[in-house]
Design a binder for this molecule. Structure first.
Ligand code: FAD
Length: 295
């Protein structure tokens, strides 16, 4: 089993490649918060930063606006999330063409989910699954394409093997990287990497790391997406609902431990779900050995 690595987790190793995920802000106040977050995390020179895409039309416009502002105002490399939900192939292709024309050359290609917890059904005339979207994007332009992977198996997959076959299909269709759904059990992720390798997958499967300080919110999100929340984590946060300071320290400690174990096991790329908040992610990246150009 995995050991807890002493600091630094891998002496002499190059700092890992990191990337950050943001969500498009709904209000001017949240936009200010996002931009403060982007400015702080930009100093760590991420490989790319991605912006999520919601099912509703207004979210799509916000995603577009956020990605374009990143292009215009920063030297970061943006990756725009794009889903198959509620749109024809032509509509999705049009969004992709707009991105390409604006200099956005990296897409995180996803199926997406039906709104309001309904069962997913492909849009008539739309891309049915992420693998179809990847193939469609390849026809449009030479995008760099990232897809989603599920160490704990996607909740709607017919079987773990079918889900792994689906990941391979997405990569064979032209994606070059997968980012995982959030997970807290490193052994599950490391075993998944072994299974993927055995299935002939050689593309990087980058761990999606979420520092959790709001345990209740994270637990309900995880229940919906098939991520198991360990009992130890529930116990660590027990009784801390009104104590945000301690929750943040617990989050820093548990996430630092998680990434150090992964780093000690040779993982050299990390994707952070920032939730548009910089501080924990900044500290964790530092713990991984990532430094700003001017310290
Ligand atoms: P797919 O790879 O298409 O798989 C979906 C399910 O269908 C799986 O169970 C798969 O096994 C199954 N499947 C695939 N092909 C077939 C087939 N031919 N026949 C039968 N079953 C099949 N959601 C958003 O709305 N916006 C975002 O910005 C967003 N960003 C994300 C980023 C990451 C890194 C991750 C991990 C998830 C993200 N999601 C996002 C959530 C994602 O949209 C959901 O998890 C969705 O349910 C599945 O998307 P997918 O791309 O993995 O789908």
């Amino acid at each position: 089993s995995t050991r807890i690595a002493p600091l630094p987790a891998r002496e002499g190793a190059a700092p890992p490649a990191i990337s950050f995920e943001f969500f498009p802000p709904k209000t001017p106040a949240l936009e200010t918060q996002l931009w403060a977050c982007i400015e702080r995390l930009a100093t760590l020179r991420p490989q790319f930063v991605s912006v999520t895409y919601g099912a509703g039309g207004s979210t799509q416009e916000r995603t577009h606006a956020t990605v374009l502002r990143i292009v215009k105002e920063t030297s970061l490399t943006p990756a725009a999330h794009l889903t198959c939900v509620g749109a024809t192939r032509e509509e999705v292709d049009e969004v992709a063409r707009r991105y390409w024309a604006a200099g956005v050359k990296h897409i995180v290609a996803l199926r997406g989910d039906a709104p309001n917890g309904e069962a997913y059904t492909p849009h008539p005339g739309g891309y049915a699954y992420a693998s179809d979207l990847v193939a469609g994007l390849r026809r449009i332009a030479d995008f760099e394409i990232t897809v989603a992977a599920y160490p704990e198996v996607h909740p709607q997959a017919l079987s773990p093997q079918a889900d792994l076959d689906n990941l391979k299909r997405k990569l064979d269709a032209g994606a070059t990287r997968a980012i995982t759904q959030v997970f807290f059990n490193n052994d599950v992720y490391l075993n998944f990497l072994d299974k993927a390798l055995a299935a002939g997958i050689t593309a990087p499967i980058v761990p999606g790391i979420m520092p959790v300080s709001n345990f209740k919110q994270a637990a309900s999100f995880c229940a919906a997406c098939g991520t198991s929340v360990p009992q130890w984590m529930a116990e660590l946060f027990e009784g801390l609902d009104d104590d945000i300071e301690t929750r943040r320290m617990v989050a820093a400690a548990t996430t630092a431990e998680q990434v150090r174990i992964l780093q000690a096991n040779g993982i050299d790329e990390f994707h952070f779900y920032t939730l548009n908040r910089p501080d924990l992610v900044y500290a964790i990246a530092r713990i991984l050995g990532v430094k700003p150009l001017i310290a």
